[in-house]
Design a protein. Structure first.
Length: 269
């Protein structure tokens, strides 16, 4: 059983919602990332979404764009990110890790080489923003062969046909982008989220994570009452940016935000 499946089943048995923090690997410098990953787990993270720095992160707003820029200043590559996961696995063999990124670095490495290297490093899934299911037919068998879950995005304007298509290709979980726009956007409408999740659940038994627009503990708790997972990114990366000149303070500050969210989510059960 994959780590993702095992983690969601364990949380489901407890009646709890997964908390999935996102941070960009190598931001603000490479030696911060692995200690930050461990601190997030200690604070209540159930799954880690680790961003692979990219020069043109089209789905991301200014906050995460700047995070990629800071990481790329240190030449953080896809291979460096995989090595960070490998180092994380020295202490943590249980927490699932999903890479979030874009096609170019994977294509340069080669799909098969990436799938094998990711699995060897201890990666559990990959969310590649610019590989839609129609263009993943050659990729999915390579991921499946290595036990690597393929995470796909759904949006507020996804049609029933599109939902069926994506859900038929997805594994691990489905990621619902709760807002039209980029990461860091606002104006989350919980009624619209609930309605869309109900529609998606008609087409899949996979867990559904909700991200974009989750800025604080109150929002995390409300979304946690609707979804199987709450994904929080920009709120954490904002904190990383604010403390970029004090790297030793980053892990405690991010952990404090996550601990507050975890407590609010559990209290809302």
């Amino acid at each position: 059983m994959s780590r993702l499946k095992a983690r969601f089943e364990a949380l489901g048995a407890q009646g709890r919602t997964a908390l999935i923090p996102y941070v960009t690997a190598g931001d603000p410098q490479p030696n911060v990332t692995v200690p930050l990953m461990h601190a997030m787990v200690d604070a209540g993270a159930d799954i880690i979404e680790l961003g692979v720095p990219f020069s043109d992160p089209m789905a991301d707003g200014p906050v995460i764009q700047r995070a990629s820029e800071r990481a790329l200043e240190h030449h953080t590559s896809l291979r460096d990110v995989l090595e960070m996961v490998r180092t994380f696995r020295d202490r943590d063999q249980e927490t699932p890790v999903v890479l979030m990124g874009y096609l170019n670095p994977i294509e340069i490495m080669g799909y098969e080489a990436f799938a094998q290297a990711a699995a060897d490093a201890g990666v559990d899934g990959a969310l590649t923003v610019d590989i839609p299911p129609e263009e993943a037919e050659d990729v999915l068998p390579l991921f499946n062969a290595q036990g690597l879950d393929a995470i796909f995005l759904l949006a507020p304007n996804s049609t029933p046909e599109r939902i069926r298509r994506i859900c038929s290709s997805a594994s691990g979980f489905v990621y619902y982008v709760s807002l039209k726009g980029v990461t860091g956007a606002s104006h989350l409408n919980l009624g619209e989220v609930a309605a869309k999740l109900a529609e998606i659940r008609e087409h899949t038994d996979l867990p559904i994570g909700v991200g974009f627009g989750i800025k604080d503990a109150e929002t995390a708790a409300k979304v946690g009452g609707l979804a199987d997972a709450v994904v929080v990114g920009s709120a954490l990366v904002n904190q990383v940016e604010a403390l970029a000149d004090e790297p030793e303070a980053i892990a405690p500050a991010v952990a404090a935000i996550l601990a507050e969210m975890r407590a609010a989510m559990d209290k809302a059960i």
